[in-house]
Design a protein around this ligand. Structure first.
Ligand code: G3P
Length: 214
C-alpha cells in the first residue's frame, strides 16, 4: 500500500512530519510519501523522504508568472505530483496538460477526482494513478472506505475499465490502520490523507497506527 500524506497548508512543521514519514517508511513494508507546500519541497526532499508536489501547472518554461513548473518541482527533489486535488481543481484540458508536464519532467502522477465517473475520465489521461476523494468527507475524520465503500469499489472498476495499468488510491477521512485495511479490501492500492497526520500531536504515532496492520 502507498500512504501519501498531503500537508496542504496546515501549520505543521514540514520537516518534522517529513522525518516521521521517512522513519516509519523505513520500518514498514508500506510505501510512504509526503506532499508539502511547494516552498518546502527542497528542504523536505533533503530529509530523504519520498517527496511529492501538491500541484503542477500545464505550462513549459517561459512567461508564466506565479505558476508551478514541473521541472522546478523535479529539480527541488520531488518524485511525483498530485494533480486536480479537490482544493486545486483544474479544467479537463489543464489536467491533461499538467499530466503531460509532469511526464516531461519525470514526475510520477496521481490525478484526484470526486467520484467514479471523474475517475474514469482521469484514468483516460494516462496518469500513473488516480485518487478518489469525495469532497464532503475531506477533513471530517469519517473515512471514505467506511462511509462510502461503493465509491471506492466503483472507482476501482472505472479506472480498470479504462486502463488496467492505472492504480487507484482513495482519500478523505483516513486516519487509522483499520481505514487503510478497509481501503485495501475495496481494491485501493493506496491512500491519500492529510489531517490525520498533519494535525496530529504526534505524527509518528499517527503514521505507525496507519501502517501497523500492513
Ligand atoms: O489530500 C488528502 C485529503 O484531501 C484528505 O484529507 O484531511 O480528510 O485526510 P483528510
Amino acid at each position: 500500500m502507498f500512504v501519501l500524506v498531503n500537508l496542504k497548508t496546515y501549520p505543521c512543521d514540514p520537516i518534522e512530519v517529513a522525518e516521521a514519514v521517512r522513519d516509519v517508511d523505513e520500518r514498514t513494508d508500506a510505501r510512504l510519501g509526503v506532499a508539502p507546500q511547494a516552498a518546502h519541497l527542497e528542504r523536505v526532499a533533503e530529509t530523504g523522504v519520498e517527496t511529492w508536489a501538491q500541484h503542477v501547472d500545464p505550462i513549459e518554461h517561459g512567461s508564466n508568472t506565479g505558476h508551478t513548473l514541473a521541472e522546478s518541482v523535479a529539480d527541488a527533489g520531488a518524485a511525483g505530483t498530485l494533480i486536480n486535488h479537490s482544493e486545486q481543481r483544474l479544467k479537463l484540458a489543464d489536467i491533461d496538460g499538467s499530466v503531460r508536464a509532469a511526464d516531461r519532467a519525470g514526475l510520477e502522477t496521481v490525478v484526484c477526482a470526486n467520484n467514479p465517473a471523474q475517475i474514469g475520465a482521469a484514468a483516460a489521461l494516462g496518469p500513473d494513478a488516480v485518487a478518489v476523494e469525495p469532497p464532503e468527507l475531506i477533513g471530517t475524520g469519517t473515512p471514505v472506505s467506511q462511509a462510502d465503500p461503493d465509491v471506492v469499489e466503483d472507482a476501482v472498476d472505472a479506472a480498470a475499465s479504462v486502463d488496467s495499468d492505472v492504480s487507484v488510491l482513495c482519500g478523505a477521512g483516513i486516519s487509522t490502520g483499520d481505514d487503510v485495511v478497509a481501503a485495501a479490501d475495496l481494491g485501493a492500492e493506496g491512500v491519500l490523507l492529510a489531517s490525520g497526520v498533519a494535525k496530529a500531536d504526534d505524527p509518528t504515532a499517527a503514521l505507525e497506527d496507519l501502517v501497523e496492520p500492513l
